[in-house]
Design a protein around this ligand. Structure first.
Ligand code: GDP
Length: 466
């Protein structure tokens, strides 16, 4: 549970808990500098702490004041409020990267009165102190976990406040009509003139259009953030592992001439037009098998088909059609897929029409996993299937956060309802209910209208020290 007070001083290791050249311990709060003074000893003034000019690095040793024992040789910086990440006084200590050393430093600060930070608490403070809004705070988490360069761009766009700016614009378009209608309702006896319905209608239409532009980036944005799952299925020896390798241009899966040896589910990631696509290689989905391990693999293949965003039905072009192919195709059913006719380098035994008949609406790609022929075409076919095309505006501002998309869709629904009410004979106070609903939903994205529970949910997904 993140704490909403910002009066105490928090401390945490800000770098991953692993061995590295350096690791950073950070503090935020009023006691940050006094605590640093207590433990920092420099070469020049072994008995005293330096002058600590803001935003300057100082070299020295973190020393336990109780024992005089040095813990680590470090570089330390004090950053005076408000020009810091949290807008509070902050201290960062760059120590040696071993996590044990960093833990000792954190423990020392804690013993002297700092409190170990909760997940995302530094960023929460930046939000509570008004330096960033909620969408920007979440962008920090997205940036940390981004998996492709497009994902990074998306998070940066959100972090620099572009999403927040767009939402503020929509909110501004709604405030005016709401205020005008409420004035009429509040001062009914004073004969305040009702704004013409046409004017209100125009304002709501403008807001709705702007909201739709933001939402247009949602489908692709979510994919960039969450990624998609492509599952390779096919009978043993069809060439699934080889194809996975060809797609990755790397030999990560074990390729073997013995049927059914890819027993486990293998996963690797591909970057298709900015969307991280997890490739899943399943064991052959043979209908009957006596081998228990193999059967487990088959079960898993079925589960994998259910979880796939797109399926690659891999056929052995050198072996010709089989009933297994038909059984697998039946398991795929109407789900999005590609028929991959593999081993095109060998004499063809699989009539393309028979391959196409397995999944009549799926594209057919002849390839050779061995020579690499057709792989580029397969890649672009997959891209077309997985990555939705967006308009220019959508590309500009990708919405990568499920919570934001849900809130914006709710805002759009309220707006549509308000527009419908306006067009009907219903009294205008019905319109205000939906206008308020739309404004609240928009405010949930930026944090203007937000509950403590929601904050808890959001910041608990952060890592400690962020
Ligand atoms: P899986 O059981 O479906 O994963 O099939 P593998 O990828 O293990 O391939 C089975 C056998 O087919 C291996 O001996 C591969 O070298 C061979 N193979 C896979 N793709 C091709 C191809 O495009 N051309 C040729 N000639 N052999 C291939």
């Amino acid at each position: 549970m993140p704490t909403l007070t910002t009066t105490d001083t928090i401390v945490a290791t800000a770098t991953p808990a692993a061995d590295g050249a350096i690791g950073i311990v950070r503090l935020s709060g009023p006691q940050a500098l006094p605590l640093l003074r207590q433990v920092f000893r420099s070469q020049h003034s072994p008995d005293a702490s330096p002058a600590w000019r803001s935003h300057r690095l100082y070299h020295g040793w973190i020393t336990d004041p109780a024992t005089g024992h040095p813990l680590d040789e470090v570089l330390a910086v004090h950053m005076a409020a408000p020009h810091t990440y949290t807008r509070e006084d902050m201290v960062e200590v760059q120590g040696h990267g071993g996590s044990a050393t960093l833990r000792l430093i954190v423990a020392l600060f804690t013993r002297l009165g700092a409190r170990p930070a909760e997940r995302g608490e530094f960023t929460l403070r930046a939000f509570l102190n008004g330096r960033i809004d909620l969408a920007q705070a979440e962008a920090v988490a997205s940036l940390v976990t981004a998996r492709t360069p497009v994902g990074v761009q998306q998070a940066l766009g959100q972090l620099d406040g572009r999403l927040s700016g767009e939402i503020a614009a929509v909110r501004a378009l709604l405030f005016d009509p709401l205020a005008r209608i409420e004035a009429v309702l509040d001062f009914a006896e004073e004969d305040v003139p009702l704004p013409p319905r046409a004017t209100l209608r125009d304002a709501l239409a403008a807001a709705a259009a702007r909201l739709q532009t933001i939402l247009a980036g949602a489908a692709r944005g979510l994919l960039v953030h969450e990624g998609a799952r492509a599952v390779l299925v096919g009978r043993p020896n069809a060439g699934k592992s080889s194809l996975l390798n060809a797609l990755l241009e790397a030999d990560r899966a074990i390729v073997t001439p013995i049927p059914g040896t890819t027993r486990d589910v293998l996963t690797e990631s591909l970057n298709l037009d900015g969307v991280p696509v997890t490739l899943v290689d399943t064991a052959g989905i043979a209908e009957r098998t006596d081998d228990a391990v193999e059967r487990l693999g088959v079960e898993r293949s079925r589960a994998e088909i259910g979880r796939a965003d797109v399926l690659l039905l891999v056929l052995d072009g050198a072996a010709g059609p089989s009933s297994e192919d038909a059984a697998i195709a039946a398991a795929i059913g109407k789900r999005p897929g590609v028929v991959v006719l593999n081993k095109a380098d060998l004499p063809p035994r699989y009539p393309p029409a028979a391959a196409q008949n397995l999944l009549t609406t799926a594209p057919l790609c002849p390839v050779s996993a061995l020579t690499g022929s057709g792989i580029a075409a397969l890649r672009s076919t997959l891209t077309q299937l997985v990555v939705p095309t967006t308009g220019d505006a959508g590309d500009d501002l990708l919405l990568g956060n499920v919570r934001h998309v849900a809130a914006l869709r709710r805002a759009a629904d309220h707006l549509a309802a308000a527009q419908a009410t306006l067009d009907s004979a219903y009294p205008l106070d019905m319109v205000t209910i939906d206008l308020r609903g739309a404004l609240d939903a928009l405010g949930e994205v930026t944090g203007h209208t937000v509950t403590e529970d929601l904050l808890d949910k959001i910041f608990s997904t952060f890592c400690i020290g962020k």
